[in-house]
Design a protein around this ligand. Structure first.
Ligand code: ADP
Ligand code: ZN
Ligand code: MG
Length: 477
């Protein structure tokens, strides 16, 4: 039996207006090479100046994960040459990162919770992009110099599911903190996965392999599972030493496999040294205060939804996992509807329908106020739950949102008027005198029969709750 050991290095692109060391815009998909200047093009004589907004955002992340925020940190040069990096080195933090020793709580394999440690997180400048078109390669330096926060976890995860849990938590957190848009398709949240195995009970870690630059949760899971299997097989075949060595691999998402890319560089290969153009980064009291402006975070929110609103743990977790979803829910509650109803309708009905359409909450045509109004129509007895589902389907299909008009058009208005329902009840009871007698002699299951008959007499329009109440009254008198 083997134990899987996973540590993740995540590159989060900070959502600052300008780059880390110059005032160029960080706008995505701008005209190639339009957002560049002497600093990010590394022209001789140009000097970098650190962007305070990026530093504050990194610090804010630090406070949110209970990390040590270093009041003095430093920038270093990591030397390597690559066509999309004009400097021939990357400015990063190697000897003294801005953050150390944080922690993030996740749901573990056994359903309990556990902490993943964050060894450190450091600020660094992103590289540009190479675009390969057949035999030609082009370079776009718009991204060169964009601020990244690289977040390095301890080797604390023990399964692919735990790794994905951690990533989702981290993804949710940076969005709540509004320090990154964390858009995985656009590359603003990318991750390197370190994987090793060891026989259960062995103290030392096995040899780790690093899989570079994965940009989806599903691929992270697949890459880990493939890699674990490959390593276990090598172990069992007695060729672990030969086949598993410290290297960098790439994940091929078409084939679902990892492939060797290069041997893992030693840090000595990068010839790290302090960047002589940048002074030590010293944070001020004003920056600390700004960084400590932290909104209510998912875990806190989840606990509050459970204690204040009495939501079930599952519902509270689903809703708070995504900032947009929690916001949507809170706007719904402004309409003074029941919180549990709101949660159930949001998760089961709206999200269920969006899922089928491959959409997420931000793409919903039905907004929070409209969904809440629809729920209030059930709560005040105007329509049934079933009727409300029809209205929701209609709104999504036709992109029409006048609830009263749709209720009218679909003929969904419930009969809730007491005297009208009582008239139907009396009619049904008069037609079924013998059954009424049987009921009164103890055959209680006939109650359902009476309800059915009344509903039928109303052509399904009677409010079932009212029918139940009024029938009970009538039959006990
Ligand atoms: P380096 O100094 O070579 O970058 P680090 O100690 O900083 O190595 O670790 C890089 C990442 O690899 C971290 O996320 C860490 O948790 C992870 N890691 C380290 N050792 C192992 C291992 N044996 N198995 C899996 N992951 C590991
Ligand atoms: Zn620039
Ligand atoms: Mg490292």
């Amino acid at each position: 039996m083997f134990e899987v050991v996973i540590g993740l290095e995540v590159h989060v692109q900070l959502n600052t207006k300008s780059k880390l060391f110059c005032s160029c815009s960080t706008e995505f998909a701008a005209k190639p090479n339009s957002n560049t200047c002497p600093v990010c093009l590394a022209l001789p004589g140009a000097l970098p100046v650190v962007n305070e907004e990026a530093v504050i955002k990194a610090m804010r992340f630090g406070y949110a994960i209970d990390a040590k925020v270093n009041e003095v940190s430093r920038f270093d040069r990591k030397s390597y040459f690559y066509p999309d990096s004009p400097m021939s080195y990357q400015i990063t933090q190697f000897y003294k990162p801005i953050l150390e020793n944080g922690k993030i709580e996740i749901t573990s394999k056994d359903g309990g919770t556990k902490f993943v440690t964050i060894k450190e997180a450091h600020l660094e400048a992103d590289a540009g992009k190479s675009i390969h078109e057949g035999a030609i390669s082009k370079v776009d330096l718009n991204r060169a110099g964009t601020p990244l926060l690289e977040i390095v976890s301890g080797p604390d995860m023990r399964s692919s599911d735990e790794a994905v849990e951690y990533l989702k938590k981290l993804h949710s957190l940076v969005r709540y903190l509004d320090i990154s848009d964390a858009n995985m398709q656009e590359g603003s949240f990318r991750c390197d996965v370190n994987v090793s195995i060891r026989p259960k009970g062995q103290k030392e870690f096995g040899t780790r392999v690093e899989i570079k630059n994965i940009n989806s949760f599903r691929f992270v899971k697949q890459a880990i599972e493939y890699e674990v299997e490959r390593q276990i097989e090598a172990y069992e075949d007695g060729v672990y030493e030969e086949e598993v060595w410290q290297e960098t691999r790439l994940f091929d998402s078409n084939k679902g496999i990892t492939k060797s890319m290069r041997g893992k560089e030693d840090s000595a290969d990068y010839r790290y040294f302090p960047d002589p153009d940048l002074r030590p980064l010293i944070v001020t009291q004003a920056m600390i205060e700004k960084a400590k402006e932290i909104p209510e975070l998912p875990d806190e929110k989840c606990k509050r939804y459970m204690s204040e609103l009495k939501l079930k743990e599952y519902d509270a977790k689903v809703i708070t996992a995504q900032k947009e979803l929690a916001h949507f829910f809170e706007v719904m509650l402004e309409e003074k509807i029941d919180a549990k109803n709101a949660a159930a309708w949001l998760i089961n009905e709206l999200l269920g329908r969006l899922n089928k359409l491959g959409l997420d909450i931000s793409q919903s045509v039905v907004d929070a106020k409209t969904l809440a109004k629809l729920i209030s129509k059930i709560e005040d007895g105007t329509i049934s739950g079933k009727g409300a589902k029809d209205v929701l389907d209609y709104m999504i299909e036709h992109e029409e949102f006048d609830i009263d008009a749709i209720i009218e058009k679909l003929g969904l208005k419930q009969l809730s008027d007491d005297s009208a329902i009582l008239a139907l009840i009396d009619e049904v009871l008069a037609k079924n005198k013998d059954k009424v007698n049987e009921y009164k002699e103890g055959k209680e299951k006939l109650f359902g029969f009476f309800v059915g008959q009344v509903m039928k007499a109303s052509k399904g329009s009677a409010n079932p709750k009212k029918v139940n109440e009024l029938l009970k009254q009538r039959l006990s008198s």
